[in-house]
Design a protein around this ligand. Sequence first.
Ligand code: BGC
Length: 430
Amino acid sequence: MFDVRSLPELTFPAGFLWGAATAAYQIEGDNFHSDHWHREKAGGPLAKSGKACNSWELYKEDIALVRALGLKAYRFSLEWARIEPDEGTIDQAAVAQYVDQCARLADAGIQPWITLHHITHPQWFAARGDWLEKANIEAYLRYADFIVPKIAPYAAGWTPINEYNLHGGMPAQPEAHKAAAARKLHALLADAGTYDRIKAHSGKPVGSSIAYVYFQPSRPSRELDDIMARYTAWCSWGFYYHAIRTGEWLYPFAEGGSYPELKGRADQWAVNIYTRHMVDSRQADLRGTRFPYSHLPLLDIPFYTDEFAPDALLFNLQRLTDKPVMITENGWACNDDRFRIAYLAVHLAAFHRAIADGVDLRGWFHWSLMDNYEWGSFKPRFGFYRVDRQTFERTAKPSAGFVRQVAARNGLSGELVREYLDRLPSRADD
Ligand code: BGC
């Protein structure tokens, strides 16, 4: 076990960027033209996102929230479906609001880090087969051609497409696997095309945010667990780093190929990093069990962030020494905010160690600025701010004060942790 309350003084390199992240669909509300909205309407178990955090109306207030934390950067996404609700039709008012948001952030001394695509597509794009169809890349690049020059005067950094590495599919399900491979290849090509377009207008760093999970063999002494952990890691993110490093598309059970247009199309490795997954070759879906803190009051529902794994994240980061690295998401879903403080302390200590180990880590964006719509539910709470679901009033949690101190002193120590965390919550608090 770790003891974050006795951390030594850890100072980050000068200029280390402290920020927070959100995504449009998860906070704006009323994204009627997005594919996810249509899926919610179709029923099933998905909670309706509805007004989410009502940030489309309250975006100026959200800027003040970032400012109150003393953070110097805000990563947020533009909802393509809001900008282009029907193919070829631009909503100029939506574009103007995004430009205004960027200008206001810059005026407030907060760097806007722009995600052009975060998980959702316009419904018309989904209906045409989204990334599955190679022909659809063009539609995305037209959107990039339109929006990039408008945002470029303000953007401090860019994520062309968030987490397209996540599409699943096991070889035992050949159709799903084939579809996942096609989606990844086409999104890679769209990502690289966007990189070139951004570079024509902006000198700021570009790199798509990759879900960078550490896949750990459940039983390292069993060769097949080890092989399948590496296999899963390749399908999840190995293919991405390889393609950007070499220009080669290489994916299991899919036709490989040389795509010189992919090579070097990222200035930095942008990683979203939360926890690890165990890989168990005895299970048909390869999913092993973690060691959840199930005796602690984390959330009311099962969720993947049930285990701290800072060392695992550190092992993963240590592979990324050939470009600057930006942590574009990192955070923890819990009801008791003291867990967030403990999670942040131990993970920031791991990131500090990564720097000492030679990783050129330039900054960290906390997921998330506020509690938001977590893809089908409002229950996993990742925010520094609580959001009242009726009034949308935002209230700072203790972790907001903690991060303000961390950003102000460019580091942390056990003493600071002790100010915010007298002790870890336990079952006795229920
Ligand atoms: C996604 C976010 C999501 C977060 C927490 C990331 O995979 O980019 O949209 O809310 O993880 O689950």
